[in-house]
Design a protein around this ligand. Structure first.
Ligand SMILES: *Cc1c(COP(=O)(O)O)cnc(C)c1O
Length: 501
C-alpha cells in the first residue's frame, strides 16, 4: 500500500510521494511528513554488502512508494554517477577520536549535492507520473551556495530549466564566479541590483502570481522549487546514514546491532532530521548530536524547550549554519505533538507572530535522542588547527563546529560509543577561513594562492569545482533591476524575446 504524506499544518491535506515532491510545500506553509516511518527490510549485514546506489534504492523505495522500481533506479543511477569524484559517493575516514563521513564529493563540494543531484530526476519523474507535460522551471533566489548546488543539479536535465537570481554585489567573488561559469543550456543566472531580500521577495512574488502562472502554463511551463523542505531532498539524505552503518559493519568496525552516534553541523535541521528518520527506521543509533555555531537557537531549544529567534543574527565563518529559523525542526515538533497538526500550527503561529514558542514537558521526551551544543568562532578555528596538527587532516569550518561540539560532548559524558561526524563541505570551499585557522601568517594572499597553500599543507587534490573556476569562461552576464525580474523569467522561458529598458 502506498505511503501517504500529510501536512504538518492540516490533518486533511494528504499527498502521494510524487505529489509531495511536485508541490514542495503543503498548504498554509505546512511541510509534508510520511504517515508512518517505514522500517528497514532484512538484516544490516545484508546492506553491508551493497553499493551506495543499491542502499539508496533499499531506503528510498520505502518512502517513494508510488515510484516503480525502474523509475527509482533511473533517478538513482542518473544522480550518483561520475559527477561524484569517488565511486563510493561518500567517504568514511577515521581521524583522531571519530569517523568523518565526507559528504562533499559531488559537483559543488558540499553536502547539498547529495540531495540536489537526485532532486531533478525525482521532480521530472513525479511530473510524468502525474501527467504533467509542462517543463519544470526551478526559480531560486540565492545568497551564494544553494544556488550553485541547484544549478549543478539541474544543468542539462531534460524537462527542466533553472533560473537563479543573486544580489550582484552581495555574494563573494568565488561564489559569483561559480555561478556565472555554470554550463548547461537550461541554466540562467541573473544578478540583480539589490540585496538578497530583494531577490527573495521578487521570487516569492512570482511564485504567488496567478497571472504569471497562467501565462507560463499557456507556453508549456510551470514553476517548482528546490527548497530544502521538499521531501525529495530529505529522503535522499537518509541514505548516507544507513550507508555509513553498513560501511562500518563491512569493515568489521562494529557488530550488527551495536549503536553509534552521529554528530551533525546544523542550520536548517534537514541533515540531522534525516539521521533521526534513519534511527526511527531501525538503524542502531544512540545519540544525535546537534552542533550549532554562535547562532545557537537549537542549543538553547534542546536545553530549555523554548525556541526563540528573537536575538541578534551573527555572521560566522560557517555561513551555511547562520540560520535563526530551522525550518525542518517543524517536522520533529509535529511528531513530538503526537502528530497533531492543530497543535503544531499553534506553535508555528507563535513563532511567526512572537518569534518564539515553548514546548510542553510531555513533548520534551521526544527530544531525548538529541544532544545539543555549540562552538564559538575561536573554538571552531582551534579545532581545525588541533586536528591538523595531530593528524594532518584538514576539515572545513562547518565540520569543525561539529568536531568541536563532539569534544565538548565527550568531556561532559565520557561516552565511548563509536561516533561519526558528518563532514558537510570540502575545506577548499572555505579556503580563506580554513587557512586563517591553520596558517594565519598567510592571510595577505589571494584566494587562489591560499588554495595552493591548502594543497601544499593537506596533500588533498584540488577538486574540479575549484580548478574549473580559475579558467572557465563566464557564460552568464545578465544584470537587472529588481523590477525587471519577471521580464527576465519570461525571456528565459522564451515567452518574450527582448525587454525594453
Ligand atoms: C546547508 C549546510 C549545513 C546545514 O545543513 P542543514 O540541513 O541546513 O542543517 C551545514 N554545512 C554545510 C556546508 C551546508 O552547506
Amino acid at each position: 500500500m502506498d505511503l501517504i504524506y500529510r501536512s504538518t499544518r492540516d490533518k486533511n491535506e494528504t499527498a502521494t510521494a510524487s505529489e509531495a515532491i511536485l508541490r514542495g510545500l503543503a498548504g498554509q506553509g505546512g511541510l509534508y511528513v510520511p504517515d508512518r516511518i517505514p522500517k528497514l527490510e532484512g538484516s544490516l549485514t545484508r546492506l553491508s554488502k551493497m553499493s551506495y546506489q543499491e542502499i539508496a534504492y533499499e531506503v528510498m523505495k520505502l518512502y517513494l512508494t508510488d515510484f516503480t522500481e525502474d523509475e527509482l533506479r533511473y533517478c538513482i543511477d542518473s544522480a550518483y554517477d561520475e559527477k561524484f569524484d569517488t565511486p563510493s559517493i561518500a567517504e568514511l575516514v577515521k581521524k583522531d577520536n571519530a569517523w568523518y563521513l565526507e559528504l562533499f564529493h559531488g559537483a559543488t563540494i558540499a553536502f547539498k549535492d547529495m540531495a540536489l543531484s537526485i532532486l531533478p530526476y525525482l521532480l521530472t519523474t513525479s511530473a510524468k507520473k502525474n501527467n504533467i507535460s509542462n517543463e519544470i522551471v526551478i526559480l531560486t533566489a540565492t545568497s551564494g551556495d544553494t544556488g550553485k548546488a541547484a544549478l549543478a543539479g539541474f544543468a542539462d536535465v531534460e524537462g527542466t530549466s533553472i533560473i537563479v537570481f543573486y544580489p550582484k554585489d552581495g555574494v563573494s567573488p568565488i561564489q559569483e564566479r561559480q555561478m556565472v561559469t555554470q554550463r548547461g543550456d537550461n541554466t540562467h543566472v541573473i544578478g540583480i541590483r539589490g540585496n538578497f531580500d530583494d531577490a527573495q521577495t521578487g521570487v516569492k512574488k512570482m511564485f504567488s502570481d496567478p497571472e504569471l502562472a497562467r501565462e507560463l502554463d499557456a507556453a508549456g511551463y510551470q514553476f517548482s522549487s528546490a527548497n530544502s523542505i521538499n521531501i525529495g531532498r530529505l529522503v535522499p539524505q537518509i541514505v548516507y546514514y544507513v550507508y555509513t552503518y553498513a560501511n562500518l559493519l563491512s569493515r568489521g568496525e562494529i557488530k550488527e546491532g551495536e549503536r553509534i552516534n552521529f554528530v551533525v553541523p546544523t542550520g536548517n535541521f534537514g541533515n540531522i532530521l534525516a539521521a533521526w528518520y534513519a534511527k526511527k527506521m531501525g538503524l542502531p543509533v544512540a545519540k544525535l548530536i546537534c552542533a550549532s555555531n554562535e547562532n545557537k537557537v537549537l542549543f538553547d531549544f534542546f536545553r530549555t524547550g523554548c525556541y526563540d529567534r528573537n536575538r541578534k543574527f551573527i555572521l560566522t565563518s560557517s555561513p551555511s549554519m547562520d540560520i535563526l529559523i530551522s525550518s525542518n525542526l517543524e517536522r520533529l515538533i509535529y511528531e513530538a505533538a503526537g502528530r497533531d497538526a492543530e497543535k503544531n500550527l499553534a506553535f508555528m503561529k507563535q513563532l511567526s507572530d512572537q518569534g518564539s514558542y515553548t514546548v510542553t514537558e510531555e513533548m520534551k521526551e521526544a527530544f531525548s535522542d538529541f544532544y545539543g551544543n555549540y562552538a564559538s568562532e575561536e573554538e571552531t578555528a582551534d579545532r581545525i588547527r588541533d586536528l591538523y596538527e595531530k593528524t594532518g587532516y584538514i576539515i572545513d569550518t562547518h565540520t569543525a563546529v561539529a568536531s568541536a561540539v563532539y569534544n565538548k560532548y565527550l568531556e561532559e559524558t565520557g561516552d565511548t560509543t563509536r561516533t561519526v561526524i558528518a563532514s558537510t563541505a570540502s575545506p577548499y570551499k572555505f579556503t580563506r577561513s580554513v587557512m586563517q585557522a591553520v596558517e594565519p601568517s598567510l592571510s595577505g594572499q589571494s584566494d587562489f594562492e591560499l588554495v595552493d597553500q591548502l594543497y601544499r599543507l593537506s596533500g588533498v587534490k584540488i577538486p574540479a569545482a575549484i580548478e574549473d573556476i580559475r579558467t572557465a569562461p563566464v557564460l552568464h552576464d545578465t544584470v537587472c533591476d529588481k523590477e525587471d525580474m519577471c521580464s527576465e523569467v519570461k525571456r528565459a522561458c522564451g515567452i518574450i524575446d527582448t525587454i525594453h529598458v
